[in-house]
Every structure is written in structure tokens, then in C-alpha cells.
Write a protein that binds this ligand. Structure first.
Ligand code: KG4
Ligand code: ZN
Length: 341
């Protein structure tokens, strides 16, 4: 089965082709960083308009790739939520329309399930059960993955997502959007000695997170000091270190609580090198193993949506496959992961 995957939930248009026999055949991305950078964050209406401009040329170039040209896929998977409603509607309506024209099934995919399954596109794949840390711009959660499709949320953020905290802290330091990579680069020149940020919610039991206090801590530190290049680097270092440490501490708890020996790290913040170093040290100490998507599949992409769609289509009965051919479609800006069946 060959599945065309379409991602348009936020500020990246991603399209990919996954083949159940051959694996991932091709993937393309149109990033909107240039559109949103001057505003310091994603402007939803501009995001939706950019998706409209990019989506058909991307689909064309994916299907007409040189190595595996594909006239018509066997199914289409599009991100149906969570995300920005206007942006989601672009991928969903294009995906549904093409499926109707080609008379093939289509399926709406949960964006975070896509992130969660992204490591399955690598050579060494995690076998369930495992714990997944999903850290993106909109979500931070620890999930017990009993098997593909059965998810129990063990803990999540009570306020800002980790990526959101990176983006907001970068903005107050005068660093460009997206903030995560900008903070990681600035932190390379930062001192480990100058500032120490708290590790929120680690001194009490539980697996929930809270990152808005760290952002405030960064603001206060910035106000109390001359904000020169070195100070920005030092704050970036202390902030990144605190977020990475906090995430690693909670991952340790989640592994101990569930007894699982495999840990998946996915979502945009999963690209962070410092976080990966801390997670690698953690799993070594616990005799466990960590699985990461390749860096480019940590952030939003069409490949993870094509793969997650394929898994769902494979698991469908005849009635559900008939539904997948109906014209009705729905997007959900908010959509809890553990409501998936
Ligand atoms: O998964 P993603 O592409 O989009 C959402 O689903 O939200 O994640 C984007 C988030 C942004 O907040 C961005 O700043 C963060 O991931 N990010 C990083 C890094 N690369 C992207 N955060 C920390 N370090 C990075 N290297
Ligand atoms: Zn995402």
C-alpha cells in the first residue's frame, strides 16, 4: 500500500509518500519561517494562506519524484488535528478532494500520534510497550504506549509547552523565531556557572510539567542584568539546561513507574542536542534504550503523517474503510491523544 501523507497543522507544509513494502519513498517540506519570523511567532491566517500556496506544488513534486513516480497513491493521510483550524482545513480539504477524485480512501491523522510514530521510520525501531516523551511547540506529554494505537497519558504540561517556553524565552532575549534552535545555538557560548534556573515540579511526585515559571525566571534574570551577547548566551544556557534536566527527570520517573525499558523522544524539542545528551545518560544508567527520529523528523513533516495513516488504515475493518471513502471530513483544533481508539 502506498500512502500520501499531508501535514499542515501549523507552520510547515509537509508531504510524503510511504510504501508498506519499500518504506519511506520521498518527503518534501515547505517551511514558513520567513513568513512568520518578522512577527516573532506564527500568524494563523498567514500560515493557512502559505499552506494553500505550497500544498499542490509539493504534492506534485512528491508524486513525480524521479525514483518512484506515482500516478495515484492507494490512500491519503492528512493531519486532522490538533493544530490551527485554518491551517488544518487546507490539508484536510485538499486530501479529501484528491481522495474523492482518485476514488481512494483517506484518513485524518492525530498530529501527536504522527510525532510519536516518527521513530518507526528509522532503521532501529522501538517495539511497544514503551514510554514516549512528546515535546513540541504545542504539547509536552509523557505517554505510556502499550501498543500502536493504545495510549495512556501519564503526565502533561499544566501551562506552556516546552517548545512554547523556548519560543517565548528566545523572543524576550531578542533571538529570532523559532526560538528552540536559536536558544540552542546561543547556549553553545554560554557559561554553566553564571545562572542556575529551577527544575519546575521535580521536587514533588507526579509526571506533570510546568514551564511558564522558567520563562518568567528568564525574564527577571534578563531585566536584572545588562543584556549583552554573553549574558544572552548565559541565560540561554541556563534555560536550556533547566528544560532538558526537567524533561529527563520526568522521563526517569515514567520509566520507573511503568517498568518499560524503551523510551521514545519525539516532537520539535526532541531535536535539542542537550536534551538528547541527558536522555542518553539517563537510559544508560537505567539499562534502558532511547529512540529518536532523525533530526528533520522531530519537527513537523509529512512522513510521520503518511506512516501513522498507514498504521491506522492497516488496522481498519471493512466498515471503517468504507467511512474512509465518505466525503464528510472533520478537523479538531483540540483533540486529546488518549481519546484515540
Ligand atoms: O513539533 P514541532 O515542529 O511543531 C509542533 O507540533 O508544535 O515543534 C516546534 C517546536 C518549536 O517550539 C521550536 O522552537 C522547537 O520545537 N524546537 C526546538 C529545537 N528545534 C525545534 N527546541 C529546542 N531545541 C531545538 N533544537
Ligand atoms: Zn508537531
Amino acid at each position: 500500500m502506498r500512502v500520501l501523507g499531508i501535514e499542515s497543522s501549523c507552520d510547515d507544509t509537509g508531504v510524503a509518500l510511504y510504501d508498506s513494502q519499500l518504506g519511506l519513498l520521498v518527503h518534501r517540506l515547505a517551511s514558513q519561517i520567513d513568513t512568520h519570523q518578522k512577527y516573532g511567532g506564527v500568524v494563523p491566517e498567514l500560515a493557512a494562506r502559505d499552506h494553500i500556496r505550497s500544498i499542490i506544488p509539493l504534492i506534485d513534486s512528491v508524486l513525480n519524484n524521479a525514483e518512484h513516480p506515482t500516478k495515484k497513491p492507494d490512500a491519503i493521510a492528512y493531519t486532522a488535528g490538533p493544530g490551527l483550524a485554518g491551517a488544518l482545513l487546507v490539508g484536510a480539504s485538499v486530501g479529501k478532494s484528491l481522495a474523492m477524485a482518485w476514488d481512494i480512501p483517506s484518513i485524518g491523522v492525530h498530529h501527536m500520534e504522527g510525532h510519536l510514530l516518527a521513530p518507526m521510520l528509522e532503521a532501529d525501531t522501538p517495539e511497544p510497550p514503551f514510554v514516549a516523551l512528546l515535546v513540541s511547540g504545542g504539547h509536552t506529554m509523557l505517554v505510556d504506549v502499550e501498543k500502536i494505537g493504545r495510549y495512556t497519558v501519564l503526565g502533561q504540561t499544566l501551562d506552556d509547552a516546552a517548545g512554547e517556553a523556548f519560543d517565548k524565552t528566545a523572543k524576550l532575549l531578542g533571538l529570532p523565531y523559532p526560538g528552540g534552535p536559536a536558544i540552542a545555538i546561543a547556549a553553545l557560548n554560554g557559561s554553566a556557572e553564571r545562572f542556575h534556573f529551577p527544575r519546575p515540579m521535580t521536587n514533588r511526585p507526579g509526571l506533570d510539567f510546568s514551564f511558564s515559571g522558567l520563562k518568567t525566571f528568564a525574564r527577571t534574570t534578563a531585566q536584572e542584568n545588562q543584556l549583552d551577547k554573553q549574558t544572552i548566551a548565559d541565560i540561554a544556557y541556563a534555560f536550556e539546561d533547566a528544560v532538558a534536566d526537567t524533561l529527563a527527570i520526568k522521563c526517569k520517573r515514567a520509566l520507573q513507574k511503568t517498568g518499560h525499558k524503551r523510551l521514545v523522544i519525539a516532537g520539535g524539542v526532541g531535536a535539542n542536542r542537550r536534551l538528547r545528551e541527558k536522555i542518553d545518560a539517563l537510559v544508560n544508567s537505567l539499562n534502558a534504550k532511547a529512540y529518536y527520529p532523525r533530526i528533520e523528523f522531530c519537527t513537523d513533516n509529512g512522513a510521520m503523517i503518511a506512516y501513522a495513516g498507514y498504521c491506522r488504515l492497516r488496522a481498519m475493518g471493512t466498515n471503517e474503510t468504507r467511512d474512509a471513502k465518505s466525503l464528510a471530513f472533520n478537523i479538531q483544533a483540540r483533540w486529546p491523544l488518549d481519546s484515540l481508539k
